[in-house]
Design a protein around this ligand. Structure first.
Ligand code: SF4
Length: 635
């Protein structure tokens, strides 16, 4: 098989058994790789209805057919499990060098089940695979453990770790790698922690079979050249994702004070330019990336100093906007704390801002929280992060995520618990952005922007390439409020097929999304590497199949799953934006229902948002329909 190693590495940690098997033809042909492999394996192998921390939950690391090859940004790895955050389908993507190392070691996919009897480390050194005791690393920060493991095993190992948050099964614990790259979302780090695995270390030295090595190489060279020639190539890299901060604020999409409003006065102190001025030492990129968007720098604050990769836009939005930290140094320091503790910056920022608002509104007391907490206060962030990760006092509640915490606290706090399905909302406020609101509502892992980013469409009709908008000076002419229109459904669906396709192929999507690197290049690369001729449209068809499979997994795993699980928090339909360009706007519930109706209809789902039998059959998922029917899932 070309492009793949044709090998799945399976480890049962309870039994200590290690085995390999070839990839099933159906998995490769219908689900491509990465996220597609995650979805297929979860549907086929996850025992129905188990807890996310049950040893029988799967922890999957999957590469794609383009991972590890000579082409722009081919270093992405996809992780999956049953989600501790939502109870449904979970996956999370990570850059760096981990996936290529897994592939060079000879494996496309790693599947862990069971639970190790003691804190353990998994070492994959080509064909030699060992489970080793790791008590000495247990309790260490994720960055510290990576450094120590590099010292102990050798620089040529690629290391992925969890921090104390994963060990304590904080529901939004992340996976860490390459001193600042994370698979941050959905609590995949907590699943690894529940398996007693502190780290996975990989050294790979093997080649990957390629269908036409000469043409693949020539096309790779051309691809790097084409990316470098794109307008925006030189402008985009220096600030990375943080470069979008001004634009988001100026269009009133910047989450501020737990999404009470969508505009921050201090944005120039926390934007991409502030990173360049106050923090940055160097750019940092993933494997084979011509546009290194990571910013490595040093931050000094009144409570400490640290070297840190970041902050990226999402961290700026959730800590600089939502928790209102007023300087880029403080945002970067919060970023460092999260990285070392092994916790997702997005969910952490959302949970902390919710707790602060609970105190402001008298829903939680200082006594319950353990001290006074407030916005614009790095000491509040430091205190709550450490409480969460230790699961002490209020931290034990907050470690459960904002949905569960609000359900327990009640007293109206559910209104401003900002999540969908149990996953905290990322960095775009949407009360004047109906398409983006719909994208968040329907994202398969919960409120996540990377599944569909259509904010540009809401703001200016330019929904695939925000770069033009940013370069235009950040000011966009429009006539608010944005109208709720049927087209939103098709824009969201198109984006939900395009962006996640990169998660199946095993490459970064930012070269397409930010620079406009043409999709046809990927189809050509796919052909030269795998020997399979597929148009981009055919690949999008596979992406649609994967999307319907992930929805089916959640329908199977979550009792009562359906339309009500797609609703955003009540704040967005009942409380107008407090200040800024979108002051006064909200999207009433009936318009949210209308958006869902259009979306479900366009997808071929029923009125409850479940794929119909006909739709599953159309997508060559007839076997999935049969399983759902047999198990009594109403389809
Ligand atoms: Fe990694 Fe950024 Fe390059 Fe994508 S653009 S591969 S996230 S460094």
């Amino acid at each position: 098989r070309y492009g793949y190693q044709d090998k799945l590495l399976r480890i049962n940690l309870s039994a200590g058994s290690i085995s390999t098997e070839p990839l099933a033809d159906e998995m490769v042909d219908k689900f491509i790789g990465g996220r597609g492999f995650v979805a297929k394996l979860l549907f086929d192998e996850l025992p129905r209805g188990i807890d996310a921390y049950d040893p029988e939950n799967l922890f999957i690391a999957a590469t794609g057919p383009l991972s590890g090859h000579f082409l722009p940004a081919s270093g992405k790895t996809h992780f999956g499990a049953k989600s501790p955050a939502t109870g449904g389908y979970a996956d999370s993507n990570m850059g760096g060098h981990f996936g290529p190392a897994l592939k060079y070691a000879g494996y496309d996919v790693l599947v862990l089940t069971g639970r190790a009897a003691e804190p353990s480390l998994l070492v994959i050194d080509d064909d030699r695979v060992e489970i080793r005791p790791a008590a000495v690393y247990w309790g260490q920060g994720a960055l510290t453990a990576e450094k120590n493991l590099k010292d102990d095993l050798g620089e040529d190992f690629q290391i992925m770790t969890i921090g104390p948050a994963g060990e304590k099964q904080v529901r939004y614990a992340c996976l860490s790698h390459d001193f600042g790259r994370q698979a941050g979302r959905s609590g995949v780090g907590a699943v690894l922690g529940s398996k007693n695995i502190k780290a996975i270390a990989i050294r790979g030295t093997q080649g990957i079979p390629v269908y036409d090595i000469d043409k693949a190489y020539a096309k790779g060279v051309e691809a790097f050249k084409k990316v470098a020639e794109k307008p925006g190539f030189t402008e985009w890299t220096p600030e990375g994702t943080a470069g979008i901060t001004n634009w988001c604020n100026e269009v009133g999409a910047f989450p501020t004070r737990n999404f009470q409003t969508s505009f921050s006065d201090h944005y120039e102190q926390i934007n991409g330019k502030a990173i360049l001025k106050k923090l940055k030492i160097t750019d940092k990129g993933c494997y084979c990336c011509p546009t290194p968007c990571g910013k490595y720098g040093h931050a000094t604050t009144k409570i400490g100093e640290a070297y840190v990769e970041g902050p990226e836009y999402e961290t700026i939005a959730l800590f600089g906007g939502n928790c209102e930290l007023k300087t880029i140094e403080e945002v970067a320091y919060a970023n460092y704390l999260c990285d070392e503790l092994g916790i997702d910056t997005i969910s952490a920022g959302a949970v902390i801002s919710w707790a602060i608002e609970c105190l402001e509104k008298g829903i939680l007391s200082e006594q319950e929280i353990g001290r006074k907490v407030k916005f614009s206060d790095i000491e509040t962030v430091d205190y709550l992060l450490n409480q969460i990760v230790a699961r002490e006092g209020i931290g034990d509640l907050l470690a459960e995520g904002v949905k569960r915490a609000a359900e327990k606290v009640g007293r109206g706090s559910e209104t401003f618990a900002i999540h969908v399905k149990g996953l905290e909302w990322t960095g775009y406020e949407c009360r004047n952005a109906p398409s983006m609101m719909l994208a968040y509502m329907t994202a398969d892992i919960g409120a996540h922007h990377a599944r569909a980013w259509v904010l540009g469409h809401d703001m200016a009709g330019a929904w695939t390439n925000v770069n033009d908008l940013v370069q235009g000076g950040g000011t966009v002419e429009r006539q608010p409020p944005a109208q709720v229109r049927k087209e939103s459904a098709s824009y969201v669906i198109a984006s939900q097929h395009t962006r996640p396709l990169f998660d199946a192929l095993g490459t970064c999507r930012l070269q397409l999304m930010e620079l406009g690197f043409e999709v046809e290049n990927y189809a050509e690369l796919f052909y030269f590497i795998t020997g399979k001729e597929r148009t981009w449209e055919e690949m999008l068809g596979a992406s649609e199949r994967i999307w319907n499979l992930t929805r089916s997994i959640s329908a199977r795993e979550i009792d009562g799953f359906g339309r009500s699980w797609d609703y955003p928090p009540k704040r967005f339909s009942t409380e107008p934006v407090a200040t800024g360009p979108n002051e006064g706007y909200l999207i009433p519930q009936e318009k949210l229902e209308q958006l869902l109706d259009w979306y479900y209809e366009a997808r071929g789902w029923d009125a409850n948002g479940i794929p119909t039998k006909e739709t599953l059959k159309r997508l060559d998922l007839g076997d999935v329909a049969e399983v759902l029917e047999t198990e009594g899932v109403p389809i």
